[in-house]
Design a protein around this ligand. Structure first.
Ligand code: SF4
Ligand code: F3S
Length: 366
């Protein structure tokens, strides 16, 4: 605790006492700051800076929910040890969230508009769910206004918008063919807004917190890829960090649910795993406080953090077709060894791209 204790400022100390009264010990708090530093790939020397940032002024957040299943809200509320209520809601002032707030009706809508009016350019918006554009957006209305109308006003006047889950980022399942409501993600519905995308079905709550912690610590959003996703969470492929990767490289595949390979925890590529084409930090951060993630649970990755995964990653239980460099007749062994080379080349290319300065990378991405 040395580095941490030595850097405790008087105001931070007050905040820590307050958290302690709510059941969050200094150890819990330090664990939280350490975890955030690791998630953001920052060295340990940044831990006191993070601690100072998250015990400072609370940023205002409003949470909008449109065409969704509320899975992202569930993901946030399922965070435990310390709970969202203990830490996240204490660090951030969530002034509007339809699912968890107590006011309702016009009173609730007024509190949203009060934030927009009184804190222009100084609040964050989290959007969950897609926004329908077809027929002037009539397929999703809240308080008599269309989602697109509200989003343009609320996101357009915000400091930044965090689109959470694949529906809010790229349209998600509501946008799957034939997309009857003309569903799109926030950036497409509100092009002038500053948007960072945290796709996933659902979003990983740790990535939301880390994005906000990054802003509080550095006064800026994290660097993003050309799909608007932060590199810290979407910079590496599932396949690059998968615990079953050694079995892939060895050509050891599950070929039928419940077979010997499944019992041995072998690679799920032959069962349709989309890990080689999906960028997300699921294998390292996992879900539910690091308990597990889909592949650890025995199911292949569906590619849920990639745009339009419902259309582009299906059939889910068919292996990725025609991986470059391999014929249809290739054996799983050949695919395993060959794709490892292709994957390594991909990692190298991605690594090189990341090493380019963000500005130059942005220009390249255009
Ligand atoms: Fe893991 Fe899937 Fe890659 Fe196999 S194909 S190593 S299960 S990510
Ligand atoms: Fe989604 Fe694949 Fe992760 S299905 S949750 S990106 S393992």
């Amino acid at each position: 605790m040395g580095l941490f204790d030595e850097n405790i400022l008087p105001e931070m100390s007050e905040k820590l006492d307050e958290l302690a009264r709510k059941g969050v010990s200094r150890r819990d708090f330090m664990k939280f700051c350490t975890g955030m530093a690791a998630l953001l790939s920052l060295p340990a020397s940044f831990i006191p800076k993070i601690a100072e940032a998250v015990t400072g002024k609370k940023p205002i957040i409003v949470w909008l929910e449109y065409q969704d299943c509320a899975g992202d809200t569930e993901a946030l509320l399922r965070a435990t040890s310390p709970t969202v209520g203990q830490i996240v809601l204490d660090i951030f002032s969530v002034d509007y969230h339809e699912t968890i707030m107590s006011p309702s009706g016009f009173q609730a809508e007024k509190s949203l508009m009060d934030v927009v009016k009184n804190n222009k350019g100084n609040y964050f918006v989290v959007v969950e769910g897609s926004i329908p554009l077809k027929d002037d957006g009539v397929y999703c209305c809240v308080g008599g206004r269309t989602a697109v109308d509200i989003a343009r006003e609320v996101c357009g006047n915000a400091l930044a918008t965090i689109a959470v889950g694949t529906c809010a980022t790229y349209g998600g399942i509501p946008a799957a063919k034939p997309n009857p409501t003309g569903a799109v993600g926030v950036k497409e519905a509100v092009p002038n807004a500053t948007v960072i995308n945290l796709p996933g079905c659902p979003v990983n709550a740790e990535n939301i917190t880390a994005t906000l912690v990054h802003y509080l610590t550095f006064g800026a959003l994290p660097n993003m890829d050309k799909l608007g996703r932060p590199y810290f969470a979407f910079g590496k492929r599932i396949h690059d960090n998968c615990e079953r990767r050694s079995h892939f490289d060895a050509g050891q595949f599950v070929r039928q649910w419940g077979d010997e390979g499944a019992r041995q925890g072998w690679c799920l590529y032959e069962m349709g795993c989309k890990g080689p084409e999906t960028f997300h930090n699921c294998p390292t951060v996992k879900y539910n406080e690091g308990t597990s993630w889909p592949v650890q649970g025995g199911h292949g990755c569906l590619g849920c953090s990639e745009p339009h995964f419902w259309d582009t990653m299906t059939p889910f239980y068919k292996r990725l077709p025609n991986v470059p460099g391999f014929g249809i007749e290739s054996t799983a062994d050949k695919i395993g060894a060959g794709l490892a080379v292709a994957t390594a080349a991909g990692i190298a290319a991605h690594g090189i791209a990341r090493a380019i300065s963000p500005k130059k990378k942005e220009e390249e991405d255009k």
